[in-house]
Design a protein around this ligand. Structure first.
Ligand code: 5GP
Ligand code: ZN
Length: 163
């Protein structure tokens, strides 16, 4: 087989999934068709459907078609396949309503980070104005950081990537 791989070893061949499901997972139930969803897109890798909460109109979830708990559990090929599909779905959500002027794409990992469904998913949250129903706060703590403190954190993270 004439498989193409990039420098980083990501396969460029169309991926096939051997899905596995968690019986207690609500998104696996949606994948199996046990629970209905307002699906806007699906293929062999992902399913995209309206989030029941509709944080803003058009709020869509993109999930892998296999049970993956969170971002830490992806292998590189699945990540490449899932992430590759997000821009096209995001463009469709945006194009569906001319009043959408931006979009937050959010992926929560862990309860502390607001993950409530432990099947990895990406929120596509269309934005309509400064005061639509969605808020994110990025606090600027840079006043508390010295160059040495930044460098120490940098070294700790880099050491984990270099193992
Ligand atoms: P999280 O808080 O884990 O980042 O996001 C989980 C999302 O799943 C929430 O925004 C919630 O509204 C949505 N959700 C939970 N149960 C269902 C369901 O049965 N159907 C749909 N379409 N969305 C759901
Ligand atoms: Zn699941």
């Amino acid at each position: 087989m004439n498989e193409i791989t990039t420098k980083e070893g990501v396969s460029m061949e169309p991926m096939t999934l051997d899905p596995h499901y968690d019986d207690d997972c609500i998104f696996c139930k949606i994948l199996k068709g046990d629970i209905p969803s307002y699906t806007v897109y699906e293929d062999n890798i992902v399913k995209a459907f309206l989030d029941i909460s509709q944080g803003t109109p058009g709020h869509t979830l993109v999930i892998p078609k296999t049970h993956v708990q969170d971002i830490f559990a992806y292998d590189t090929d699945l990540a490449a396949a899932v992430f590759a599909r997000i821009p096209k779905i995001a463009r469709a959500v945006k194009a569906a309503d001319p009043t959408i002027i931006g979009m937050n794409i959010v992926n929560n990992n862990g309860k502390v980070a607001y993950q409530s469904v432990f099947h990895s998913h990406f929120h596509l949250v269309p934005r309509y104005s400064d005061d639509d129903d969605f808020k994110m706060i990025f606090k600027d703590n840079s006043g508390n950081y010295t160059p040495a403190k930044y460098a120490a954190i940098q070294a700790q993270i880099k050491a984990q990537l270099e193992d």
